[in-house]
Write a protein that binds this ligand. Structure first.
Ligand SMILES: C[S@@+](CC[C@H](N)C(=O)[O-])C[C@H]1O[C@@H](n2cnc3c(N)ncnc32)[C@H](O)[C@@H]1O
Length: 212
């Protein structure tokens, strides 16, 4: 059997996502038009599901863009009875854009917006967090892991995007800093006794890890 990862699997997974608000669909259309990398709808739904599954109320997002992934976490947190989702990105323009989207979704009262470098922002936080999501520049992944491990509660969930990296991880000729860092991060977390980890082939590859 020949499954084309990009052409068949991802549209199929997207087709299984329940109907979502027009504002979320508008964000997806904007991302596609402007080539802005957001998580896939199926990844978003998965993030929402994880938030509900563990009853997360305190969520820290690293590399939030214009708020698409934030919206999925905030929906889950609202249904969990409320809490706080940290939206952290280093561009003020994206932070403002996110405020608009989350306001129109009626979720902005659950979100704290921070403009800055995400690992440094997390380091400043008292925590602990129930759930941390990482989607920053890929060469920052390995260095972020010890900070995340310190700030997440035992039993908390770490979600990390882009671990398949459009298949570039399989190309041995690709020794770019981003691809190398993704390989290194994957080895670090899957071999660590501090985490129980699986890599789900949803979107661009989503790691789901539980803090032991
Ligand atoms: C992949 S996009 C985020 C997409 C978002 N998670 C979503 O799915 O809707 C990553 C964003 O985080 C920003 N970014 C990358 N590394 C960062 C870092 N270390 N600290 C803060 N922002 C970062 C990028 O400039 C970009 O706007």
């Amino acid at each position: 059997m020949n499954i084309s990862y990009d052409e068949q699997l991802q549209p199929y997974l997207a087709s299984l996502v329940p109907p979502r608000p027009p504002e979320l669909q508008a964000m997806e259309a904007y991302a596609q038009k402007h080539h802005f990398p957001i998580i896939s709808p199926a990844s978003g739904h998965f993030c929402y599901q994880m938030t509900r599954m563990i009853g997360a109320k305190q969520v820290f997002e690293m590399g939030s863009g214009f708020g698409y992934s934030t919206a999925w976490f905030a929906r889950g947190v609202r249904e969990n009875g409320g809490g706080l989702v940290h939206h952290v990105v280093w561009h003020a323009g994206l932070s403002n854009q996110a405020k608009g989207h989350l306001g129109r979704l009626g979720l902005d009262d659950l979100v704290k917006f921070t403009v800055g470098e995400a690992v440094a922002a997390l380091r400043e936080m008292a925590g602990p967090f129930d759930l941390i999501f990482m989607d920053i520049n890929k060469d920052g992944y390995p260095g972020a892991l010890p900070v995340i491990a310190e700030k997440i509660r035992p039993g908390g969930v770490l979600l990390v995007d882009n671990l398949i990296w459009s298949g570039r991880i399989f190309d041995e000729a690709d020794q770019s800093p981003a691809t190398t860092a993704i390989r290194e991060f994957t080895q670090l977390i899957t071999q660590s006794p501090n985490w129980i980890t699986s890599l789900a082939p949803i979107g661009d590859g989503l790691i789901v890890a539980t803090r032991v």
